[in-house]
Write a protein that binds this ligand. Structure first.
Ligand code: MRU
Length: 345
């Protein structure tokens, strides 16, 4: 099953806000609909927001009736500026928008038709490469999972965060194909419950045994010897290995270190930000306080209370055992040179 696809010139994507109750696709050729769904997390996860933004821009441009190439290029630039900043933390969004922008600059199309054709092809390539990368990350990630492995994860790093397969989840999907027994423990991921709603649904859909726990139960599970490995995704990785991922990830890395468990991050090289030295430079998205004060539509905190709602935290590279990409595995200690040569090599 694909999370994002091109269907008859439109982008089709799973509406993740309806899961786990209803599996429904939204179909659109309007970048504003894509942007709104990225903001509301109906499309979410680092690779997925990059791919859907590129496809969304490309299909919007296809139906524009601009007669002059200059006008079309102007509209394209404006749409790219808008789309690149819809969410700030996952670098894959601006990476994908910059990639189509650079492609259009370097290929200097001579007509409206040529512009549209090159743009659509580049967006399709981004989507196809993302699928291929998931498969490669799965193969490299699976090599780190022994048979009978119990993997604890946070948020959703499966097919719902990408085009298909995902990032960290690709590792347990491939491990299962290789005949290994894998069990997943999914932290629920307050406040928006991507673990309980999405990872649990996705694992069950793919016949991977899964257990949901609240975020505060991860320490208990490790202390009871119920976890062999922590494996999860990333939204932006700095040159020293500092990794922004869903809120709660830092806490899990500290717990893993305290219990002597390996802590693996799985992400495509497009999730590395080679312009930043450390995680201190990562902008953390702050979201609506109502996500914290309300649960399932009901208020659970007193009216007027002040609220903290960062969507991500930064795990220091020193707490990460290895980072898996589509190119292979980078083992700690992480250095600027090691990460650059892995990503660019
Ligand atoms: O706020 P979300 O649901 O988009 O957050 C996504 C995550 O934190 C995922 O864990 C992350 O993208 C890593 S998997 C690609």
């Amino acid at each position: 099953m694909k999370n994002i696809d091109l269907v008859e010139g439109k982008v089709a994507f799973i509406d993740q806000n309806k899961l786990p109750h209803v599996l429904d696709y939204v179909v659109t050729d309007d970048y504003l609909v894509i942007a709104d769904n990225i903001k509301r997390l109906s499309i979410r996860g680092a690779p997925a927001i990059g791919v859907s933004a590129a496809l969304g821009i490309a299909v919007t441009i296809q139906r524009m009736e601009e007669e002059s190439l200059a006008n079309l290029q102007k509209r394209f630039g404006e749409i790219c500026d808008f789309m690149a900043v819809v969410r700030p933390t996952a670098v894959n969004l601006s990476w994908a928008v910059n990639r189509i922008r650079k492609k259009m600059e370097s290929s200097s199309p001579k007509s409206v038709e040529e512009f549209k054709r090159i743009l659509l092809q580049e967006a399709k390539d981004i989507s196809q490469e993302s699928e291929d990368e998931s498969r490669s990350m799965g193969l490299f990630g699976a090599s780190l999972l022994p048979d009978n492995c119990r993997v604890l994860t946070n948020c959703n790093d499966g097919m719902l965060c990408a085009v298909s397969y995902g990032t960290a989840a690709a590792a347990w999907y491939v491990a299962k194909e290789q005949g290994k027994q894998i069990e997943v423990i999914a932290c629920e991921t307050r406040p928006l419950m991507q673990g309980a709603r999405l990872t649990a649904w996705e694992c069950m859909y793919n016949h991977i045994p899964v257990t949901v726990c609240t975020d505060s139960m991860a320490g208990y599970a490790m202390a009871q010897g119920m976890v062999d490995v922590v494996m999860l995704g990333a939204d932006r990785i700095a040159l020293n290995g500092d990794t922004a991922n869903k809120i709660g990830t830092y806490m899990l890395a500290l717990l893993a270190r305290a219990h002597g468990l390996p802590f693996y991050v799985v992400a495509p090289t497009s999730t590395f930000d080679l312009t930043i030295e450390t995680g201190r430079e990562i902008k953390i998205e702050q979201r609506n306080p109502e996500e914290v004060t309300h649960c399932g539509g009901s208020r659970i905190a007193p009216e007027g209370v002040s609220v903290l709602n960062p969507a991500f935290d930064v795990t220091p590279g020193t707490l990460i055992t290895s980072i898996v990409t589509e190119k292979g595995v980078i083992h700690s200690p992480f250095t600027n040179g090691k990460i650059k040569s892995h990503c660019l090599g």
